[in-house]
Design a protein around this ligand. Structure first.
Ligand SMILES: Cc1ncc(COP(=O)(O)O)c(C=O)c1O
Length: 453
């Protein structure tokens, strides 16, 4: 089925969303405030969510495999999180000072994530990676950073490079050229960002070794999450660890998504300990959050004590922090308790259940694609998965690009019409609110969508 026919069906079902989008056009560019969730001609507006389900403004019920881009690991509106938030909200929404709640969430995170000896909170994963990169530069005194082609780390300047580059403009596979992902990036960003090919350790080694004296950090999403949930090849992360250690480069694991794959994150699952880790999404229990943390000697750059202490002759107007880090809503109490309630529910047994749901889904999709002789595959780990419309082995950004660039959108719209919500590029996540039947419903819906192609 052409994308037009799926779109036509989508539009017949979403009249209220179309009307709302027309209102939004008057007050927001393109009617939009979140590029990720937009698709032409208009996105559906959400009315509510409960458990594994999400309802749009026209009242259409869908099973939600998007989960606000993998963050809603317990599903929508989980009772224990709502209860915690409601209770704390009664005492005030945010304050000009710390609360005990942030200590409890910080304790929970440092207990789980091996590399996090010390942690700070932000309001988004974007701010977490922004601070981690700044910290690596401050700590090493070096100017450059390296990131992987196809990796997404949020929307600050330093990471808006080579996120979805056209391979024709991006140089060779082994030596990718940095490509701006946004207008408005200063030339210094491209000059100071190295782009690495995922899963090609020899090429990475060559690039990193050559630039080591100038290289502050290697920033790694251990699963290349938004880039297609492409797990690292055997030994790949270990070699990156050895190489960065050898050259005094800060290794940052961006586990904003990959904390989903084990109680202690991808670093536990793969047995590799980075210097710094960034987190987000699931640790906020559905409310805005980010966090970064790691080695105490590195995190000490944020220690504000001393500088302004008048007892030591300090200037009270100055903080002792070598990196100041304000944020009106950092560690706000509502997010802290929502995050803690969510982490408390994410026991090792809960992770086993999530893994089983993910495996069932990947198994079902793989069997479907084989039985129907479709060019395609599903990658993933734990509760995360991604559909790829290529038969080439998917090992990196370039091999994950489909020959038919419209295919992911056709499948996304087709699934929407079948009562299933995914992400436009085919990334999805199971939640603890799901049961096996929800996963089977996904596979059956995909079968019907493919039969129409
Ligand atoms: C790996 C990774 N890092 C950072 C971010 C940015 O997080 P946020 O959307 O909270 O700014 C994302 C968001 O999808 C992500 O997947």
């Amino acid at each position: 089925m052409a994308v037009d026919r799926e779109l036509a069906e989508y539009m017949t079902k979403t009249g209220r969303s179309r009307a709302l989008h027309e209102e939004a056009l008057a007050v927001m560019p393109g009617g939009n405030s979140r590029t990720t969730t937009f698709f032409d001609p208009y996105p559906f507006y959400v009315q509510r969510g409960l458990g594994a389900h999400i309802w749009d403004a026209d009242g259409v019920d869908r099973v939600d495999f998007n989960g606000n881009y993998t963050s809603l690991v317990l599903g929508h509106a989980p009772a224990e999180v709502l209860k915690a938030v409601e209770q704390v909200a009664q005492s005030g929404l945010s304050f000009p000072g710390p609360t005990e709640h942030e200590i409890r969430l910080a304790e929970a995170l440092t207990r789980r994530v091996a590399s996090m000896e010390s942690v700070r909170f932000t309001n988004s994963g974007t701010e977490a990676t922004m601070n981690a990169v700044r910290l690596a530069r401050g700590f090493t005194g070096r100017p450059k950073i390296a990131k992987f082609e196809g990796a997404y780390h949020g929307t600050h300047d330093w990471v808006m490079v080579s996120v979805t580059p056209d391979p024709k403009a991006a140089g060779s596979r082994k030596h990718p050229k940095p490509v701006a992902w946004s207008a408005g990036l200063p030339p210094a960003v491209l000059k100071h960002t190295l782009v690495l090919p995922w899963n090609d350790i020899e090429a990475c080694e060559e690039i990193i070794t050559k630039e080591a004296p100038n290289l502050a950090a290697v920033l790694v999403d251990p699963l290349l999450g938004i880039g297609g949930v492409i797990p690292p090849a055997e030994g790949f992360l270990e070699r990156l660890r050895a190489l960065t250690e050898q050259h005094g480069i800060v290794l940052i694991f961006d586990e904003v998504i990959s904390l989903r794959v084990a109680w202690g994150g991808a670093q536990e699952r793969f047995g590799v300990r980075p210097d710094l880790t960034t987190l987000g999404k699931i640790i906020g229990g559905g409310l805005p959050i980010g966090a970064f943390g790691g080695r105490r000697d590195i995190m000490d750059f944020y220690d504000p004590r001393g500088g302004g202490d008048p007892r030591r002759g300090g200037d009270p107007q100055r903080s002792g922090a070598r990196i100041p880090h304000g944020g009106t809503f950092n560690a706000n109490p509502l997010t802290m308790v929502a995050g803690l309630a969510t982490l408390n529910a994410l026991t090792p047994e809960a992770y086993s259940r999530l893994d089983a749901l993910g495996e069932r889904l990947r198994g079902g999709v793989t069997r479907l694609l084989a039985a129907t002789r479709r060019r395609g595959q599903v990658t993933g780990l734990g509760s995360l998965f991604c559909l790829h419309w290529t038969s080439e082995p998917v090992t990196d950004y370039r091999s994950s690009r489909p020959r038919d660039l419209d295919m992911p959108m056709r499948v996304f719209l087709g699934l929407l019409n079948e009562g299933i919500l995914l992400t436009q590029r085919g990334l999805g996540a199971c939640s603890l609110a799901m049961i096996d039947e929800d996963v089977d419903r996904f596979v059956n819906a995909l079968a019907r969508v493919l039969a129409r192609q």
